[in-house]
Design a protein around this ligand. Structure first.
Ligand code: NAD
Length: 504
């Protein structure tokens, strides 16, 4: 059945597109299907897409099968030789065209993101620009995949190292950044000369399919960029099994990352994992209070807290503790909870009910163990997926919220006394993605930039991500890097060549 549907153009909506999505200028963005080998397939099996704020069904998408995935793998493999042979500058032109189309359709893409993911529209618009930025940046970086020549250790030889595309790549992407986590992977893969197959999160298929429409329009050849939506286990099994998939990039939970790493080991794939975070946000008492409060607000409540960079343990030095709590509580009280399409909204729903429930369980646990809940107004919650911004103070290291990632708008504040103590507490966790330090002391900043065990550190800033930086974590927060030249290298292999017998 899958075979018959391949290459069938279904540019109309294959399911009911309800509510505000009916007004989209690009109705084909909500056509339920998958892009395989340059064609759109319309499966008879369907899944419903839900607005997490209201529970309303907003669209239906086709559900791809393992057989569809096998077809996609074959198509990707067929597309590889021509794509890798294309001059990097030509690949760059296509990537830039794709980025331009994303920016041109930014408003519609943002509405899709908000509708299925829940984040405030202003943040969704920012995600589209951020996501397009990776395509633009890698368009140029693909031209700089320099190799090396090595001063030889053998007479009459020339030693050369080349960067070569690894082959077909697969991406399993999350729902919290349903556009940018696709382009961060696909931009690097395509720039490196590799086709990529994307399996987006089932909660946010519309954003992924819309991005695929634009890839097609930008001139990405058939098979080079494919998107298949459906059951995660069914669709990932062929990707993991197949030796033709040479690289796997995953963003999501540490639990699933571990499973994928183990399964990918059977066919020795190059795996990059961007997993959970549990960021320490350390505030010393020499800082200006407002700067620390603004930083903590941004680092905690962006993406309604559903961000792997989110400040999860806000350690505040005792000298500034009471003043910080007071100002932080006042700032949190200003946050408006609501539907992401309402311009007044700062905090949208949690995309998944399980994430909202995890927040509630962490609050309950903290309060039961003696934390103070200052600004929670849970009775105002507009629906089951909403978590009203909550501040917990006097949090201790044994509480759940101090031990595991929250992924929601619950801020935990923990007092500390000395630098040595806070470094030890911040590092006493297996999650080590991002960390933040606020201090006015240059010497302390330099010391802590060395001592804090995280893949990325914001030193007196909560804003540091973007295409040129190596995004990734230490310990169980992941493997490999995304963005930057290191992100390109995840889709490349080194080939060493020794030219011998060169002496005249
Ligand atoms: P998840 O890890 O289950 O989902 C991420 C992706 O993996 C999705 O595409 C999903 O369909 C896929 N997936 C899930 N199970 C799979 C399996 N067995 N085989 C193959 N693919 C599979 O994440 P979640 O449960 O939706 O979220 C739970 C937690 O994960 C969050 O609370 C947060 O801590 C973390 N998370 C982190 C990020 C991040 O940016 N690092 C993103 C999303 C979720």
């Amino acid at each position: 059945m899958a075979l018959q549907t391949i290459r069938q153009e279904t540019r109309h909506s294959a399911g009911p597109a309800l509510g505000h999505l009916q007004n989209l200028r690009r109705r084909d963005f909500v056509a339920g299907a998958a892009l395989i080998d340059g064609g759109w397939i319309a499966s008879e099996q369907r899944d419903v897409v839900v607005d997490p704020a209201t529970g309303e069904e907003i669209a239906e998408v086709g559900r791809c099968s393992a057989a569809d995935m096998n077809l996609a793998i074959s198509a990707a493999e067929r597309s590889f030789p021509a794509w890798r042979e294309l001059l990097p500058a030509r690949r760059g032109i296509i990537l830039r065209a794709w980025a331009s189309l994303m920016l041109e359709h930014s408003e519609e893409l943002a509405i899709l993101v908000t509708s299925e993911q829940g984040k405030p529209l202003a943040e969704a618009r920012h995600e589209i620009a951020y996501g397009a930025g990776f395509l633009e940046w890698f368009a140029a970086e693909g031209e700089r995949a320099y190799g090396e020549t090595i001063p030889s250790h053998k007479l009459g030889t020339l030693l050369q190292v080349r960067m070569q595309p690894i082959g077909v790549a697969a991406a399993i992407t999350p729902w919290n950044f349903p556009v940018a986590m696709i382009t961060r992977k696909a931009g690097a893969a395509l720039a490196a000369g590799c086709p990529i197959i994307v399996k987006p999160a089932p909660e946010t298929p519309l954003s992924a399919l819309a991005v695929a429409r634009l890839a097609e329009e930008a001139g990405v050849p058939p098979g080079v960029f494919q998107v298949l939506v459906g059951n995660p286990i069914e669709l990932s099994a062929p990707l993991l099994r197949d030796t033709r998939i040479r690289a796997l990039s995953f963003t999501g939970s540490t639990e699933v990352g571990r499973l994928l790493l183990e399964a990918a080991g059977k066919t020795v794939k190059k795996v990059s994992l961007e997993l959970g975070g549990h960021a320490p946000f350390i505030i010393f008492d020499d800082v200006e209070l407002d700067k620390a409060v603004n930083g903590a607000m941004a680092a905690k409540f962006a993406t309604s807290g559903q961000d792997c960079l989110a400040a999860n343990r806000i350690y505040v030095q005792r000298g500034i503790y009471n003043a910080f709590v007071e100002s932080f509580a006042a700032a949190i009280a200003q946050l408006r909870v609501g539907h992401g399409l309402d311009p007044a909204t700062n905090i949208g729903p949690m995309t998944k009910l399980s994430v909202a429930n995890k927040c509630r369980a962490q609050i309950e646990d903290a309060v039961a163990r003696g934390a103070r809940m200052i600004s929670a107004k849970q009775d105002e919650s507009p629906g089951p997926n909403f978590v009203v911004p909550t501040l917990l103070t006097e949090v201790t290291d044994e509480m759940l919220i101090a031990r595991e990632e929250t992924f929601g708008p619950v801020a935990a504040v923990l007092p500390f006394d000395s630098e040595e103590e806070v470094v030890a507490r911040a590092n006493a966790n297996e999650m080590a993605l991002a960390g933040y330090v606020y201090t006015d002391s240059l010497r302390r900043a330099l010391r802590l930039s060395e001592k804090i065990e995280c893949g990325m550190i914001g030193m007196n800033t909560a804003s540091f991500t973007g295409p040129p930086i190596p995004f990734g974590g230490l310990k169980q927060s992941g493997l490999g890097r995304e963005g930057s030249r290191h992100g390109l290298a995840e889709y490349m292999e080194l080939k060493y060549v020794c030219f011998g017998d060169l002496a005249a």
